[in-house]
Design a protein around this ligand. Structure first.
Ligand code: KG4
Ligand code: ZN
Length: 353
C-alpha cells in the first residue's frame, strides 16, 4: 500500500517574483514556477510595490495553473494551500494571500500562512525525485536535479540574507527559532544592490557584483567591517558610504572589478565570521544558508571551507524567492496543526523570532 502523502501548493508574492510550486511531504519538489518581474523593475532601478502587485494580479493564476500542470496533478490531489503572509510588500502580499484564500474556499482546501524567512530556511531540504521515472514522465521538466540534503540536526545556525533581511538565527527544533542578530540598517542584498548601482552595474546587484568581482582584487581597497561590538547584529550602511567615498575620490575610469571585489569581501567577511562565531558559542551541529545572498559564491566557499560542521546551501535557483520553500515550510506548519481562516491577514513586518 502506498504511504499517504501530503501534497501542498505553495504561493509566493511577497516581492517581485510571482511564484507557485507543488511539494510533497515538505521536501519532494514536483514543480516550481517563478515568473520574475525583473525587467519591469530594471527600468525603475528597484521594486515598486504597486507595480509588483499589478504584476502578481495578472500573473498569479497562470503561474498556479502551470505549477499544477507541471506537477501532473489536479486540485483533488492537493491537501492544502500554503501562502506567504509576510514579511514583504503589503500590496504584493495582498494579492497572493487573497488568491490563496479564494482557492482554499472554492476548492475546500485548508489554508496555511507562512513566514517568508522561515520559507527561505526550509528551502535547504527541498529535493527532486532523481531517478529516471521523473524525467520519463515529463514531470521533472524545467526542474534541475537536486539531491536530498542531510536531515536537520539541532541546534542549527541559519543565516538568512536577502534583499530585505539579514538575520542570524538559532534554530532549536523544527519551527523553533531564536534570533541572535539582525541588520540595524541595510540588508546584505540591499547593500549589494545599492553598490552595484553606484558602480553602474545592473539590477539585481548581487549577481553583477559577483560577476565583476571575479576579475578583481579583493584586497585593493581596505573597506570597513562593522563588527557591532561583537554582537550578532549587522550593519552595512557604513560600508556602502565608504564605497561611495572611494568612487568620489577615484578618477574615471573606475576600477569597478577591484571595488566590487573589495566590497564583496567585506560583506562576506562579516557574514561568515559572525555565523561561525555563533556555531562555536551555541554548539551548532549544522549551518543552513538561506535567502538570495546565499547564492553568493564567495560566501558559500568561505563557509564551506571554514565551518567545523556541515553547511547546507540550497541550489542557487532555490535561494532566491520561490514558492517551493513556502510549501516546504507550510508542510511543517500544516503537520503542526496550523490552519488559517478566511480572516487570515497579511503581515508585512514579521520577524522570524
Ligand atoms: O531572497 P531574495 O530573492 O529576495 C528577497 O526576499 O529579498 O533576495 C534577493 C537579493 C537581492 O538583493 C540580490 O542582489 C541578492 O539577493 N543576490 C545576491 C546574489 N544573487 C542574488 N547577492 C550576492 N551575490 C549573489 N550571487
Ligand atoms: Zn526572499
Amino acid at each position: 500500500m502506498r504511504r499517504s502523502q501530503t501534497r501542498i501548493l505553495g504561493i509566493e508574492t511577497s516581492c517581485d517574483e510571482t511564484a507557485a510550486a507543488v511539494v510533497v511531504d515538505g521536501e519532494l519538489l514536483e514543480s516550481n514556477v517563478v515568473a520574475t518581474q525583473i525587467e519591469m523593475h530594471q527600468r525603475y532601478g528597484g521594486v515598486v510595490p504597486e507595480a509588483a502587485a499589478r504584476g502578481h494580479l495578472t500573473g498569479l493564476v497562470p503561474v498556479i495553473e502551470a505549477a499544477l500542470q507541471r506537477a501532473g496533478c489536479d486540485w483533488g490531489d492537493l491537501d492544502a494551500v500554503a501562502v506567504t503572509r509576510g514579511p514583504g510588500l503589503a500590496p504584493a502580499l495582498l494579492v497572493g494571500l487573497n488568491v490563496a484564500k479564494g482557492l482554499s474556499f472554492a476548492r475546500g482546501l485548508p489554508l496555511v500562512g507562512v513566514n517568508h524567512l522561515e520559507g527561505h530556511v526550509y528551502a535547504n531540504w527541498l529535493h527532486t525525485h532523481g531517478g529516471p521515472t521523473s524525467a520519463e514522465d515529463g514531470r521533472a521538466r524545467a526542474l534541475p536535479p537536486v539531491a536530498a540534503a542531510p536531515a536537520a540536526q539541532f541546534p542549527l545556525v541559519a543565516l538568512i540574507v536577502s534583499g530585505g533581511h539579514s538575520d542570524l538565527v538559532l534554530m532549536e527544533d523544527q519551527l523553533r527559532y531564536r534570533r541572535l542578530g539582525r541588520t540595524v540598517d541595510d540588508a546584505a542584498g540591499e547593500a549589494f544592490d545599492k553598490v552595484a548601482r553606484m558602480l553602474g552595474l545592473g539590477f539585481p546587484g548581487g549577481p553583477q557584483i559577483q560577476r565583476v568581482a571575479a576579475q578583481g582584487d579583493p584586497t585593493r581597497f581596505p573597506l570597513p567591517r562593522a563588527w557591532m561590538r561583537d554582537s550578532y547584529d549587522f550593519s552595512f550602511s557604513g560600508l556602502k558610504t565608504a564605497v561611495l567615498r572611494e568612487i568620489e575620490r577615484l578618477k574615471e575610469p573606475l576600477p569597478v572589478s577591484d571595488l566590487a571585489a573589495s566590497f564583496q569581501e567585506a560583506v562576506v567577511d562579516v557574514l561568515a565570521t559572525k555565523t561561525l562565531q555563533a556555531v562555536h558559542e551555541f554548539g551548532a551541529r549544522q549551518v543552513a544558508l538561506a535567502g538570495g545572498v546565499a547564492a553568493n559564491a564567495r560566501l558559500r566557499e568561505r563557509l564551506q571551507r571554514e565551518s567545523p560542521v556541515p553547511v547546507l546551501i540550497p541550489p542557487v535557483w532555490l535561494c532566491t524567492d520561490n514558492a517551493a520553500m513556502i510549501a516546504a515550510a507550510g508542510y511543517r506548519r500544516f503537520q503542526a496543526g496550523e490552519r488559517g481562516g478566511l480572516d487570515l491577514d497579511i503581515a508585512p513586518v514579521w520577524p522570524i523570532a
